[in-house]
Ligand binder design. Structure first.
Ligand code: F6R
Length: 246
């Protein structure tokens, strides 16, 4: 596991974008696994900037996202599809036909998950998977206790996640109760993994996940077993981990 220390959020975003951009330059037809959430936004902005300068070409890149809410249409502002379109896809020359997320509008969970597993297999697997880190160690929507063997599956969102999401929806009854997520097995099959972590509020979980015991109770801890993981974290997030830049 390689840890790259960044000064702050901006520096973390730039360093992460550099790694993603190197992947695209080294393999123009690569498959990127992407994440939503607030942490990767700066990296996406940086990639867009480099694309606009003519330094990056997404025309042969394929993307597969980690997760999507179940029951929310693509056009909904809170869908992860919408997020990706706003933050990245509509701003670079990626072929929309080559950007994949689980189909949140497929009511049959088994079908939605099998279809997504098939898509990931059909594009040849993931070259570089970008991940954020949840406060409880979740990656994707893989919450504490989930079996490490899981592929794409449907999760019931916890009450606390639903409450936290409530502010984005008109009322509590509009908040999604379920989501489709890549499983840990799928994530671990990516050739390379890049984790971005920022802020003091992530310092405890960064230490627990990457320097503590490997346990399903802390889903991200399994990444210690992957042979090509890079963590780009800012000083605030690394403040409790007493580690040095590799
Ligand atoms: C996003 C995702 C989540 C987030 C995690 C961290 O697609 O699957 O696991 O990466 O919740 O979120 P932020 O970056 O908002 O702290």
């Amino acid at each position: 596991m390689k840890i790259i220390r960044a000064k702050d959020y901006k520096d973390m975003s730039r360093k992460a974008a550099n790694i993603i951009s190197a992947q695209i330059i080294m393999k123009p037809n690569c498959v990127l696994g992407l994440a939503t959430g607030s942490t990767p936004i700066g990296a996406y902005e940086q990639l867009v900037e480099w694309y606009r300068k003519g330094d990056l070409d997404f025309s042969t890149v394929t993307t597969v996202n980690l997760d999507e809410y179940k029951g929310i249409p693509k056009e909904h502002e809170q869908s992860y599809y919408y997020f990706m379109r706003e933050k990245l896809f509509s701003k670079v020359n990626i072929d929309p036909e080559r950007t994949f997320l689980p189909d949140g509008m497929e009511p049959d969970s088994e079908k939605a998950c099998n279809d997504y597993n098939r898509i990931i297999a059909s594009v040849g697997g993931i070259d570089l998977q970008l991940l954020g880190l949840g406060h409880n160690g979740h990656i994707g929507f893989n919450e504490p206790g989930m079996a490490f063997e899981a592929q794409t599956h449907c999760v019931n969102l916890t009450e606390s996640t639903m409450k936290a999401n409530q502010r984005f929806f008109a009322s509590i009854k509009d908040v999604p109760r379920q989501a489709y997520t890549m499983g840990i097995k799928t994530i671990m099959q990516a050739k390379k993994i890049l984790v971005v972590v920022s802020g003091e509020d992530k310092a405890d979980i960064l230490k627990t996940a990457f320097f503590g015991a490997i346990t399903p109770g802390v889903q991200a801890s399994v990444l210690q077993l992957h042979n090509d993981v890079t963590i780009v974290a800012d000083e605030a997030a690394l403040s409790k981990a007493e580690c040095h830049q590799a």
